[in-house]
Design a protein around this ligand. Structure first.
Ligand code: GLC
Length: 611
C-alpha cells in the first residue's frame, strides 16, 4: 500500500517533478537566499520570535476540503487528501464545478479557530493561501486568477469577501504571528511546470514559464503588500528539476525582504526538506533522530493522517502520542507545526478540537518548559525528553519507571527540584554514585507528560547515560540510546514523510570496523533472552556478534521479511555479581557484511525468562 501510495504521489506530478521523498535528505548547493542581500544579515533578528514560539498551527483549507477525501462517490487515500485532484485525475474545470458548491462556509468561524489555537498555546499559524490545485483563499488580482478559460476564476472567496484576510485578521487579533503557505506547483495554470495534463486543450499548449513566474511573483507581492504584516512565507515545494531560479526566486527574494523586512521563509523554494537554504528546515511528518544542528527547523505533523480534510481518515493519533511528537521535536531543538484540516463548511473536525483543547490544558501549566527552551543536553532518556532554559532542565516524564525514580546523568550541583505544577513542593533527591536521583509521583499520561524542573548550577555537565531496566524487567537498547563507534557512514536513520511510524534504526553499517554499544543497568539476575529487531533486506546482509558479560552470541540476518521483525538472537546468564556492577556493556560487532551494508537494526532487548 505504501509503495503504491508513493508511486501514486510521484506519478501524480506527471513525471515532470521528481518525487518528494527522493529529495528529502539531499541538499541543494546554491548560495543561501540566492545571494540576495538583506536576508543573511538580518537572519538572527528575524528568527528571534520563532525560536521563542516553538508551537504553531498549520491550516490546510481549500477546495479539496470540500471533497473530504472522496470524489463523486469514490474514496481516495486517507493521507494527503489535498492531493485528491491528481489521485482522481480530475480535470480542473470538473473539479471546480463539483466542489465549489460544497465549499459552503456554513460553519466558518475564523475567530473561533484563532481562539482555539491561542488556547492550545500556539504562537503562530500558517494557512494554505493557495495549494497545488491552484485555487486561492485570497482575492488575487492577477488576470489569470480573476478570469480564465480553465476554471473561470482561481479565487475562492465569495463576492465581497476575502477569506484569507478574515482568517489572518482573526489570528492577528489573538496575538498570533501569521504565515502564508503558498504552493509553487499549480495544477490548473496553463503555464506552470506541471500544468494539469488532463485539462482539455493542454496537449497542444506550449507553457510559457516566464508567465508563470510572473504569476508567482505577482501573487506573493499581493500576499506581502495587501494584508498587513506577513510573518512567514511558506512556499511548497521544489524538486531536483525545479527549484530556486525555476520559480524566479531571486526576484521574489530581492523584493520580499523590502516589502516585509521581518519575514521568515522556509527552505522549500529549494529542493530537499532538510536543505540549508532559506530560514527554516521543514521535516514533514517525521522528527530528525538527532535534530538538525546548526539550523532552525520546524516539523509539520498531522493529528490523523491527512493534512487536508478527509472524512474517512479517522486514524487519529492518541493525545499522549501527539504530546510525545510535540515534546520530542522541541527537545531536539525544533518547532512543532501541528495541522488541522477544516472541512468544506469551515468546521475543524471535533477530534482535532478536543486534542487542541487538551494540549491547551497541559500548556496552561507547563508552557514554561516549551517556550524559549533549547535542545536537550542528553542523547536520549529512557523515560521521556528534556528541554532547557537558563539554569533549568525541564524533564518531561512520559514513562514513570517502575522504581518510581529517575536518575539524571549530570555532574552539576542541583539547587532545587520540583514538579512544574507545584513549584512550592520541593522534591527530595538523593545522590546515587554522584548522580542525582529524583522521585516521580504517579501521574496520568492521558493528561500529558509530567514536567519536573531541576535547577542546576552552571551549564549541564552531562555524563554517559545508562539504559535502565523497564517496569516489566526488560532492557531495551534502541538506536536512540546507542553509542556509535564509527568512521563514516554508520548513522541513525529515522521515520520519514511517507513512513512516519517507522522506528529509528542504526543503518548504513558498511564498515566492518564500526561497532555499536550500550551501557546498561541490569537489576535482576537470571536468564535473559536477547531479541534483535531489524529490517530484512535482500541487498543488506551479513552477520553480527553480540558481546555481553564475556559471552559471544553470533547472529546471521535473514533476508526475507516485510518490515521490521524481532527475533531471538540468543540467551545470556546474568549472575548476582553483575547486579552489583555500576554498569554492563553490550556491544554489537560486524562479523561479515554482504551487499550494501548490514540491515538496519532498531533494537536489541534483554527479556528476563520467568522461571
Ligand atoms: C507536501 C504536500 C502537501 C502538504 C505539505 C505539508 O509538500 O505536497 O500536500 O501541504 O507538504 O508539509
Amino acid at each position: 500500500m505504501k509503495i503504491n501510495f508513493l508511486k501514486w504521489k510521484c506519478a501524480a506530478v506527471l513525471g515532470m517533478l521528481l518525487c518528494v521523498t527522493e529529495g528529502a535528505f539531499s541538499q541543494t548547493a546554491t548560495e543561501p537566499y540566492e545571494g540576495v542581500p538583506g536576508w543573511q544579515e538580518s537572519r538572527e533578528k528575524r528568527m528571534a520570535w520563532f525560536k521563542e514560539a516553538r508551537f504553531g498551527l498549520f491550516i490546510h483549507w481549500g477546495l479539496y476540503s470540500a471533497a473530504g477525501g472522496s470524489f463523486e462517490g469514490k474514496k481516495y487515500p486517507q493521507h494527503y487528501a489535498e492531493w485528491i485532484q491528481t489521485w482522481g485525475k480530475i480535470p480542473s474545470k470538473q473539479y471546480a464545478a463539483v466542489l465549489k458548491p460544497k465549499f459552503t462556509l456554513r460553519s466558518f468561524e475564523p475567530k473561533a479557530w484563532a481562539r482555539l489555537a491561542k488556547k492550545a498555546g500556539m504562537k503562530y499559524m500558517v494557512l494554505t493561501s493557495r495549494h497545488h490545485e491552484g485555487f486561492s483563499l485570497f482575492n488575487s488580482q492577477q488576470p489569470y486568477a480573476l478570469k480564465n478559460e480553465v476554471t473561470g476564476t482561481a479565487n475562492l472567496s465569495p463576492a465581497g469577501r476575502d477569506l484569507y484576510r478574515e482568517i489572518m485578521q482573526a489570528f492577528r487579533q489573538e496575538g498570533l504571528k501569521v504565515g502564508a503557505y503558498y504552493s509553487l506547483l499549480d495544477w490548473q495554470h496553463p503555464d506552470s511546470y506541471e500544468a494539469f495534463q488532463l485539462n482539455p486543450n493542454m496537449d497542444n499548449h506550449q507553457p510559457d514559464h516566464n508567465r508563470y513566474k510572473d504569476y508567482l511573483y505577482g501573487q506573493i507581492k499581493e500576499l506581502a503588500q495587501n494584508y498587513g504584516t506577513l510573518d512567514i512565507l511558506w512556499p511548497d515545494f521544489s524538486s531536483k528539476k525545479y527549484h530556486g531560479e525555476s520559480w524566479g526566486t531571486k526576484r521574489i527574494l530581492t523584493d520580499l525582504i523590502k516589502w516585509q523586512p521581518d519575514i521568515i521563509i522556509n527552505n522549500r523554494f529549494w529542493e530537499g526538506l532538510e536543505n540549508k537554504n532559506g530560514d527554516i528546515g521543514t521535516p514533514e511528518k517525521y522528527i530528525p533522530p538527532t535534530g538538525l544542528p546548526g539550523m532552525y527547523w520546524e516539523v509539520s505533523h498531522t493529528m490523523n493522517e491527512s493534512y487536508g480534510y478527509s472524512a474517512h481518515d479517522q486514524n487519529w493519533k492518541s493525545f499522549p502520542k501527539i504530546m510525545q511528537l510535540f515534546v520530542e521535536t522541541v527537545s531536539k531543538g525544533g518547532n512543532f507545526l501541528l495541522n488541522v484540516g477544516p472541512d468544506g463548511d469551515g468546521a475543524i473536525p471535533e477530534p482535532a478540537v478536543r486534542i487542541l483543547e487538551r494540549i491547551g490544558e497541559w500548556m496552561q501549566v507547563n508552557k514554561e518548559a516549551i517556550y524559549g527552551t533549547s535542545a536537550s543536553p542528553f542523547q536520549s532518556l529512557d523515560w521521556g525528553y528534556c528541554t532547557q532554559k537558563e539554569d533549568r532542565l525541564y524533564l518531561h516524564v512520559f514513562n514513570r519507571p517502575a522504581s518510581g525514580k529517575i536518575e539524571l546523568p549530570i555532574k552539576n550541583k542541583i539547587t532545587a527540584a520540583y514538579v512544574l505544577a507545584q513549584p512550592k513542593n520541593k522534591l527530595k533527591f538523593t545522590l546515587n554514585g554522584g548522580r542525582p536521583t529524583l522521585p516521580v509521583e504517579a501521574f496520568d499520561i492521558e493528561k500529558g507528560p509530567q514536567v519536573i524542573v531541576v535547577e542546576i548550577q552552571g551549564k549541564p555537565l552531562v555524563e554517559e547515560s545508562l539504559t535502565q531496566t523497564q517496569a516489566d524487567g526488560r532492557i531495551i537498547m534502541n538506536a536512540n540510546n546507542a553509542k556509535l563507534q564509527a568512521g563514516k557512514g554508520l548513522k541513525i536513520i529515522g521515520a520519514h514523510t511517507h513512513d512516519p511510524n517507522r522506528p529509528n534504526a542504526i543503518g548504513q553499517w558498511k564498515n566492518p570496523d564500526d561497532r555499536v554499544y550500550w551501557d546498561i543497568k541490569i537489576q535482576k539476575p537470571g536468564q535473559y533472552r536477547v531479541l534483535i529487531s531489524y529490517l530484512p533486506d535482500t541487498k543488506k546482509q551479513g552477520k553480527v556478534t553480540l558481546q555481553v558479560l564475556g559471552q559471544q552470541l553470533p547472529f546471521i540476518f535473514a533476508t526475507e521479511g516485510n518490515g521490521f521483525k524481532e527475533v531471538e538472537l540468543g540467551r545470556v546468564e546474568v549472575s548476582q555479581q553483575v547486579i552489583g556492577e555500576p554498569s554492563t556493556r553490550v556491544t554489537l560487532i560486524a562479523s561479515a557484511i554482504e551487499g550494501e551494508s548490514l540491515p538496519e537494526i532498531a533494537t536489541v532487548s534483554l527479556v528476563p525468562i520467568k522461571d
